[in-house]
Write a protein that binds this ligand. Structure first.
Ligand SMILES: [Zn+2]
Length: 352
């Protein structure tokens, strides 16, 4: 297994939590879980892009009953497979990768079926991932639970895009099909295009790659345009947790360092550089909080924990706020709520 491609599909850091969800039969009377959707009116009808169903790409049968929820998903999560950027753009190559992913998810991760709901191959072929995902999408009233993002699988449609997009952008065909797919999903389920996110919004992961992740505001804009309901730039660029890692520096790192100190990890020096001491402290913090992966990255799983820690050193928390508000926009004595932290960190990360 080549570690360069560590990630969603072939990564060695295997989570088996998905297994625990297998075997649940979640159909029928689960009315309490059905939440009223905020109506999002789609404009002119968007047609489904061609989608290759599980039978057509010769998927294996799931090893257990696939959970189907009598409710609509509320967001879309974009992934990259973190596999090589192959240049065979044929349909055969697309079906091949769908089978490889299913084998890996079932045989190595121990899941009941493919983890994601849909896959887009390097050639732009859209393939059904987990069995049943296509049928429920067409009817627009139910959701097939996947295993692509722990904590989000009951609520989010997962789309894996074949390739690694840390420094490269997806091929035009992948982009066009992803846009078409997102527009169709938004229409069918009444999901607002602002609810299109990336894996790193929820977990400490590089997925879907820096370049691809930076394109998500454009994706939201283009999907909204496809639906005839244009978004303003501010909505398209919604706040997001910065993904901090060893090469990171700046005010978001300094804020994280103060928050780690507030949590008792006082070996960390607040120097705005993601140095080795910081990386060690992040791993300790992840271990203590039973994060899904103890990998030293601060992303969508660790940030919400860090900013809501109770009972820590409040002076350090105040210093974290100050690091993010050099102009004193927030009084240092006022501790922000989670969304405000996210907004401050996002702004600090994008400040030139
Ligand atoms: Zn992912």
């Amino acid at each position: 297994m080549d570690r360069r491609w560590e990630g969603d599909v072939w990564g060695p850091n295997v989570s088996r939590r998905g297994v625990l969800l297998g075997g649940l039969v979640l159909t029928g009377a689960i009315g309490g879980l059905i939440r009223p959707q905020e109506a999002w009116a789609a404009g002119p009808g968007v047609k489904a892009p061609p989608i290759i169903g599980c039978d057509a790409w010769r998927a294996r049968e799931p090893s257990d009953v696939v959970p189907v929820w009598e409710q609509r998903p509320v967001r879309i999560i974009v992934h990259h497979t973190a596999t090589p950027n192959v240049e065979d753009y044929s349909r055969g190559a697309g079906e091949f990768v769908a089978r490889k992913i299913q084998d890996f998810h079932m045989d190595r991760r121990g899941w009941i079926d493919t983890g994601q709901n849909f896959t887009i191959s390097r050639g732009g072929y859209v393939l059904e991932g987990r069995h049943g995902s296509l049928e429920v999408l067409r009817s627009g009233d139910r959701h097939v639970e996947g295993a692509h993002c722990t904590g989000q699988n009951v609520e989010a449609v997962g789309i894996e895009n074949e390739g690694t997009y840390s420094t490269l952008t997806p091929p035009d065909k992948v982009w066009a099909r992803l846009r078409a797919m997102c527009a169709y999903i938004c229409q069918q389920y009444g999901i607002a295009p602002t609810e299109i996110g990336g894996h790193r919004d929820f977990k400490d992961t590089l997925c879907p790659g820096d370049r691809f992740y930076a394109m998500l505001p454009r994706l939201r804009t283009e999907v909204a345009d496809s639906l005839g309901e244009p978004l303003d730039d501010r909505a398209a660029r919604r706040a997001s947790w910065p993904l901090l890692r060893p090469e990171s520096s700046g005010p978001a790192v300094e804020a994280a360092q103060h928050l780690l100190r507030a949590a008792g990890l006082v070996d960390v020096q607040p120097n705005s550089r993601f140095d080795e001491r910081t990386a060690v402290a992040v791993r300790q913090y992840q271990q203590a909080h039973r994060a899904e992966e103890v990998n030293g990255l601060i992303g969508g799983e660790t940030w919400p924990l860090l900013v809501t820690a109770q009972g820590g050193d409040q002076d350090e928390v105040a210093l974290a706020v100050r690091a993010l508000t050099p102009d004193g926009a927030v009084r240092a004595s006022a501790i922000p709520g989670v969304e405000e932290w996210k907004r401050l960190l996002s702004a600090a990360d994008h400040r030139p």
